[in-house]
Design a protein around this ligand. Structure first.
Ligand SMILES: NC(=O)c1ccc[n+]([C@@H]2O[C@H](COP(=O)([O-])OP(=O)(O)OC[C@H]3O[C@@H](n4cnc5c(N)ncnc54)[C@H](OP(=O)(O)O)[C@@H]3O)[C@@H](O)[C@H]2O)c1
Length: 314
């Protein structure tokens, strides 16, 4: 793979280069100011099974993966390859996702951060229903602690705000867990700037996880707001559920120019977008996992970044 990496950056810094100036990207970000993670994490949602199509937006995410040994191997490969931020939720396979991560990552527990989420119930394989009653959030956090086999959750997101419960009560429940030492950092998922501002009045918010990629940019305002406040912005569906991996797709031309794969290029766009952006691509393939981590070595020029920014929503 040909990438504009350290050598060219070094010559730019020494003033000897005639190449266009390329940004020097930081590989890490400190969540909440004190939890350093590499900027490409791993989203584990799809390490699950269920009835029906296992891919795309309709995937059920209902039971533990049929091939548990393969899932454990993949998670350990991720840790060995340098992934330090793993993402799950109590709603993924009704808690089986958290149990899987606890088992697989036990040998690496001091080296990696595990983020989970509470606040969504799954009455059936096709339903994801927000439920923000403070007593329920507390109970779920206690169950997450057990399943993750830990005394403190590194990063606990409110999976969705429940419109039937005041924001202050929902975030207040997480705040109390933090005060009790059961939660290190608090995050929110799929929120607007107004909701985030309301939450910040109740508790320090360390991360926001919203749907975002180069062709799904509805949350630009949230990205900007978090940038100025040291809050991690964690885009989910960072490669559009696989939509940006097509060798003939909208990312392909720039990918060829930088000598990277489309997936790496789509992730590089996110890394280039701002230093607090921490994509969490998901994959069931070791090859794809390592490929995605390679995005940390890909540099885009501002012109290439702008061209990718113009890719229409699919
Ligand atoms: N907060 C929320 O409400 C929310 C909602 C949805 C998701 N999430 C989080 O976001 C994470 C990421 O979402 P996602 O996994 O659904 O979408 P994604 O990361 O955008 O895309 C994953 C899909 O892309 C494919 N893929 C990954 N790397 C590839 C590569 N290098 N080449 C070709 N195909 C590749 C995967 O298939 P293969 O298995 O074949 O590689 C998989 O089908 C989830 O795991 C979850 O942790 C959060």
């Amino acid at each position: 793979m040909t990438t504009n990496t350290n050598d060219s950056n070094a010559s730019i810094l020494s003033g000897t280069s005639v190449l266009p100036e390329l940004p020097v990207l930081s590989e890490t970000f400190r969540i909440g100011g004190d939890l350093p993670v590499r900027r490409i994490g791993y989203g584990s949602m799809r390490l699950a099974d269920g009835p029906g199509d296992p891919t795309g937006p309709e995937a059920r995410i209902w039971t533990a993966p049929a091939d548990r040994a393969a899932a454990v191997r993949l998670l350990r490969t991720a840790a060995e390859a340098g992934v330090t931020l793993f993402d799950t939720a109590d709603a993924y396979a009704l808690g089986a996702g958290e149990e899987l991560l606890a088992e697989a990552l036990a040998p690496y527990r001091d080296e990696v951060a595990v983020a989970t989420k509470v606040g969504v119930v799954r009455p059936s394989p096709t339903e994801w229903v927000p439920l923000g009653h403070p007593a329920y959030l507390r109970q779920q956090a206690e169950l997450s602690l057990r399943r993750l086999r830990t005394e403190r959750i590194d990063l606990l997101y409110l999976h969705r705000l429940d419109e039937n419960v005041p924001v202050a009560e929902q975030v207040g429940a997480l705040r109390r867990l933090q005060e009790e030492g059961k939660v290190r950092h608090i995050g929110l998922s799929e929120v607007t700037v107004a909701q985030l501002t309301e939450a910040e009045a109740v508790a320090p918010v360390a991360a926001v996880q919203n749907l975002y990629n180069l062709a799904a940019r509805d949350h630009e305002a949230v990205l900007e707001h978090t940038a100025g406040r040291g809050i991690a912005f964690v885009p989910f569906f960072p490669i559009a559920m696989g939509g940006h991996t097509d060798p003939e797709g909208p990312v392909a031309a720039v990918a060829r120019e930088v000598g990277a794969t489309p997936s790496q290029t789509a992730l590089a766009w996110l890394l280039h977008r701002a230093p607090h952006v921490l994509p969490i691509p998901g994959t069931s393939s070791e090859h794809h996992l390592k490929e995605n981590l390679g995005a940390l070595d890909v540099r885009l020029t501002d012109e290439q970044f702008a061209r990718l920014s113009a890719v229409p929503a699919s």
